[in-house]
Design a protein around this ligand. Structure first.
Ligand code: NAD
Ligand code: IMJ
Length: 256
């Protein structure tokens, strides 16, 4: 069964083959979607171009740094001219200053707080504003979050507050865009070793502890998040909107 045949899906947040967005891209591609990718800028351009040329040579690629309104405007203008209609958007990006992902949360700077909100939360609002105009046949918007948006997880700090805002933005967007038959949902993924997790102190140890505690007794993979994303972007999830699905091997049900 091909869930996403003839659907044009925009994927934001691939920087290398370990990215969660790449797991989503592979699942969507397997289900027959036409994929459009964005990369952040010079830092990621080469690795994304290499990955696409070897694995998905037919996919389109545009630059979009989400802190730049002109980049977002240009992206959707280009997609409108080159492709036309969009059926899905994957928002899989986040950023905070490294020094604010450790130590005391109360030391978070105004600058660092606003930066984390800007890239990790506001960007979903800005992207949805332009995407909705191209989603004339309805469709799905999804974003990636983490349990640290719901609970105080050590060191997640300013990112936790940004994820809480992101999860709330999902509900407000879902409430507004339902009339356009656009569904907006998030996936709360368990910890996965990506570039964004690599810097986290003691991450490998954390994964080991996780395996010992969670109902399924293991961590989750990019592929498993990818399959849930394909479901949320497909007609199989037609009545689901404003939802946050935990793809975390059951961690969220525990009272540790
Ligand atoms: P990743 O580093 O592969 O992806 C993060 C992406 O954000 C990168 O591709 C980067 O280029 C992009 N990005 C950062 N700043 C940007 C900007 N200004 N403009 C455009 N793009 C920008 O790491 P990942 O783990 O795949 O993260 C993807 C999403 O998944 C993030 O929202 C993250 O919070 C979330 N998440 C990750 C985990 C985990 O354990 N890895 C768990 C739950 C949720
Ligand atoms: C990130 C920081 C602290 C604890 C963390 C994480 N835990 C997990 C993550 C327990 C699982 C990974 N995660 C869910 C993220 O959303 C990561 C976001 C992130 C990571 C970095 C590292 C490098 C950098 N800035 C970052 N900004 C956001 O400079």
């Amino acid at each position: 069964m091909s869930l996403l045949e003839n659907k044009n899906i925009l994927i934001m947040g691939v920087s290398n083959k370990w990215s969660i967005a790449w797991g989503i891209a592979k699942a969507c591609s397997r289900e027959g979607a036409n994929l459009i990718f964005t990369y952040e800028g010079e830092r990621t351009e080469r690795s994304v171009k290499q990955l696409l040329s070897s694995e998905m040579p037919d996919a389109k690629l545009y630059k979009c740094n989400v802190t730049d309104d002109m980049d977002i405007l240009r992206l959707f203008d280009d997609i409108k001219n080159d492709i036309g209609t969009l059926h899905g958007v994957v928002h899989s990006l986040a950023f905070a200053k490294k020094e604010e992902l450790e130590g005391n949360f109360s030391e978070t700077s105004r600058d660092g707080y606003l930066l984390a909100q800007n890239i990790s939360s506001y960007s979903l609002v800005a992207v949805s504003r332009y995407a909705k105009n191209l989603m004339t046949e309805g469709g799905g918007i999804i974003t990636l979050t983490y349990i640290g948006g719901e609970r105080a997880v050590p060191n997640y700090n300013v990112m936790g507050v940004a994820k809480a805002a992101l999860e709330s933005a999902v509900r407000y967007l879902a409430a507004e865009l339902g009339k356009n038959n656009i569904r907006v949902n998030s996936i709360s993924a368990g910890p996965i070793k990506t570039i964004s997790a690599r810097g986290v102190s003691n991450f490998t140890n954390m994964l080991k502890q996780y395996e010992g505690k969670v109902p399924l007794g293991r961590t989750v993979t990019q592929e498993e998040v990818g399959n849930t994303a394909a479901f949320l972007l497909s007609d199989l999830s037609q009545a689901i909107t404003g939802e946050n699905i935990h793809v975390d091997a059951g961690y969220h049900i525990l009272g540790l």
